[in-house]
Design a protein around this ligand. Structure first.
Ligand code: KIV
Length: 264
């Protein structure tokens, strides 16, 4: 059996790091795209709080709620067969107390996530430890963490190597099985990747991470108005969707659809 057909678990990611294999991760928010992505062989599907930008049309992720994350996680979980499913802990779902963090993380696991991701470093080491102690796997996320964008003064790459390294080490000490490195010079991401035993997954963090993650809508050209430098657009679904919708409109107006064969 092809090893790539096997179910991906948190142990798979550790083994991939040891074998020097690169990890692939994409975001998904609904059943159809999660199913296609899983069939395409992506290792990790992330139900990201980026849903606030790419699905809800917001400028940040602060309005994304636990109810919404649970709703999207359930849809993706019903489609996914092979990939490891990670769900984001949205703003204020883990900052307040250990009790709220556990309850919220547990809710995402109950919807079908196999791990949760939360942003932050030294400040959340204890939270990560509590979750992992009770058997809830955690993926960390440091660097340009979108939930701290107001503290950073905008979506600006993070360059404080000492702080990023301290945050990444804290996430690992807390017991996370993997960590996202976002928005930082690739030299810093490379050093963090070499310093940690857990795999790093980069976004806007250069070539030398243990894996790469992108937002699905960016990959498919569905976010024309926003195109950060680190994004590679692999297809332009917006163009084909616009053409299909336009053809429907023209055919209905011209009396060409429906035809006799489409009726009962
Ligand atoms: O919310 C998200 O999609 C993310 C990824 C960009 C890492 O956190």
């Amino acid at each position: 059996m092809d090893a790539r057909a096997k179910k991906v678990t948190v142990r798979t990611l550790r083994a991939m790091k040891e074998a020097g294999e690169r990890i692939t991760m994409l975001t998904a928010y609904d059943f159809p795209f999660a199913e296609i992505m899983d069939e395409a062989g992506v290792d990790v599907i992330l139900v990201g709080d980026s849903v606030g930008y790419v699905v809800q049309g917001g400028r940040d992720s602060f309005r994304v709620t636990m109810d919404q994350m649970a709703y999207h996680t359930g849809m993706v979980a019903r489609a996914r067969k092979r990939a490891l499913l990670v769900a984001d802990m949205p703003f204020l779902s883990f900052q307040v107390s250990d009790e709220e963090t556990i309850r919220n993380a547990g809710r995402l696991i109950a919807e079908g996530a196999e791990a949760v991701k939360l942003e932050g470093g030294t400040a959340v080491e204890g939270r990560i430890r509590r979750l992992t102690e009770i058997g809830l796997p955690v993926m960390g996320h440091v660097g340009l963490t979108p939930q701290s964008v107001n503290a950073f003064g905008g979506f600006v790459p993070q360059r404080d190597e000492e702080r990023i390294m301290a945050d990444a080490r804290a996430v690992e000490r807390g017991g996370a099985f993997s960590i996202v490195l976002e928005g930082m010079p690739e030299a810093i991401a490379q050093k963090v990747t070499a310093a940690l035993a857990i795999p790093t997954i980069g976004i806007g963090a250069g070539r030398f991470c243990g894996g790469q993650v992108l937002v699905m809508h960016d990959v498919l050209g569905l976010c024309g108005h926003l195109r950060p430098r680190f994004v590679k657009v692999y297809d332009n679904l917006a163009e084909s969707a616009r053409a299909a919708f336009g053809a429907f409109v023209s055919e209905v107006r011209a009396g060409q659809f429906p035809e006799e064969k489409h009726g009962y």
